[in-house]
Write a protein that binds this ligand. Structure first.
Ligand SMILES: CC(C)(COP(=O)(O)OP(=O)(O)OC[C@H]1O[C@@H](n2cnc3c(N)ncnc32)[C@H](O)[C@@H]1OP(=O)(O)O)[C@@H](O)C(=O)NCCC(=O)NCCS
Length: 342
């Protein structure tokens, strides 16, 4: 039984059933990850950037099972943005290999194809059945990253203090809980744009990003709306007032012990002055006092990004597992899945 489902209006008991299934999958696929909590989980599923839509489906053993508090058998959602559909799909470990994944994928493909979306992307966690499942339907690996995890309990705070202070003359480091102030939006977005243009990594950009001030404003509002609290550390070039480097961490209400380190970028002409290491080190100090519940920080890096991998390992991040982006052509998926439009 697969049906479309709207987390904005769903009864709370259904939201909890979806959470229970997600946690059953986490305990099997990512046993070292903390379980998800119910705080702002509805908002996490509901809120999107302006112009984007998330469509969700549930698989139940019988009609009304989720409303009776039984864990759902599976859940899928697709975020429709630009001409890409970004998929998220999970099947309860006890319900796998019975065709449910295929059925949920079929529902998402039918919608994406019907609305004219060209490609579909999905994040595939290494060492889980997901890669074989998506490859079976023609998805191809477009981009490989490695997830790195830092345990706060292993941090050498004295050494970290030296790293935080070890920034070249002419720069100052600033911390902004909640996001950068409005008067820095322009400089912040400009730094991101410069770095984006200097990379050709083939990233499908499945994660939120902000390359202009309006988009940055929307993206911060979306993060807050989804229960994801952003923290920013900036390296400012004092003589020009330009943002020379920035790092972003998000603490999810749904997983308050594990923070996500998003982008860290240093504008090319400001590289070589210790900024990348200093801003990341300062962030860890700030997190320790602002978010005492955080015990781990996770981040994702491309294998090719050697400078960032080196900074991460100096800070104490340890490689955890492969994390890939897969993509497929929607029309091709529709054909392979024999999606029925009747
Ligand atoms: C990937 C996933 C969605 C597959 O769901 P499923 O309902 O078991 O998939 P289906 O039964 O529809 O499988 C369809 C086909 O995919 C392939 N496949 C699925 N699981 C596979 C596995 N473990 N090994 C090999 N092939 C597999 C097979 O070709 C299968 O067809 P078959 O059973 O006729 O051989 C499911 O394993 C899942 O939820 N994984 C979550 C992984 C994840 O991301 N975890 C981290 C976040 S919680």
């Amino acid at each position: 039984m697969v049906r479309e489902w709207d987390p904005r209006t769903a009864p709370s008991v259904e939201i909890e059933s979806v959470l229970a299934t997600l946690n059953a999958a986490v305990s099997v696929d990512l046993p070292d990850d903390p379980p998800w909590r119910g705080e702002s989980f509805r908002e996490y599923l509901s809120v999107t950037m302006p112009g984007e839509r998330r469509v969700c489906w549930l698989a139940e053993s019988s009609p009304g099972a989720a409303a009776r508090g039984e864990p759902v058998l599976g859940q899928a959602n697709v975020l429709l943005l630009g001409d890409i559909g970004v998929l998220d799909l999970v099947v309860h470990p006890k319900a796998r290999r019975a065709g449910l994944g295929r059925e949920l994928l079929g529902a998402a493909v039918r919608r994406a194809f019907g609305e004219g979306f060209r490609s579909m992307g999905v994040e595939v966690v290494g060492d889980t059945p997901a890669a074989r499942f998506y490859e079976r339907y023609g998805f191809r690996c477009a981009f490989v990253e490695i997830r790195n995890v830092l345990k706060m309990s292993t941090v050498d705070w004295q050494r970290l203090g030296e790293m935080a202070g070890g920034v070249g003359a002419g720069y100052r480091v600033e911390f902004y809980p909640g996001g950068p102030p409005e008067d820095l939006f322009e400089a912040y977005a400009e730094a991101k744009e410069i770095v984006r243009e200097s990379y050709e990594l083939g990233d499908l950009e499945l994660r939120p990003s902000s390359y202009d001030p309006d988009r940055l404003r929307d993206s911060l509002a979306t993060l807050h709306g989804r229960g994801l609290k952003p923290y920013i550390v900036l390296g400012v070039h004092e003589s020009t007032g330009k943002v020379a480097g920035l790092t972003e961490v998000v603490v999810p209400a749904q997983r308050p012990t594990r923070a996500d380190q998003y982008d860290t970028v240093v504008v090319p002409k400001h590289r070589g002055y210790g900024l990348g290491r200093a801003i990341k080190a300062r962030m860890l100090f700030e997190l320790r006092s602002a978010e005492p519940r955080v015990t781990e920080v996770q981040t994702w890096n491309a294998y090719e990004n050697e400078p960032m991998l080196k900074v991460n390992s100096e800070l104490g991040f340890e490689p955890d597992r492969q994390w890939s982006e897969y993509e497929a052509d929607v029309a091709d998926l529709a054909r392979r899945l024999q999606v029925n439009f009747g």
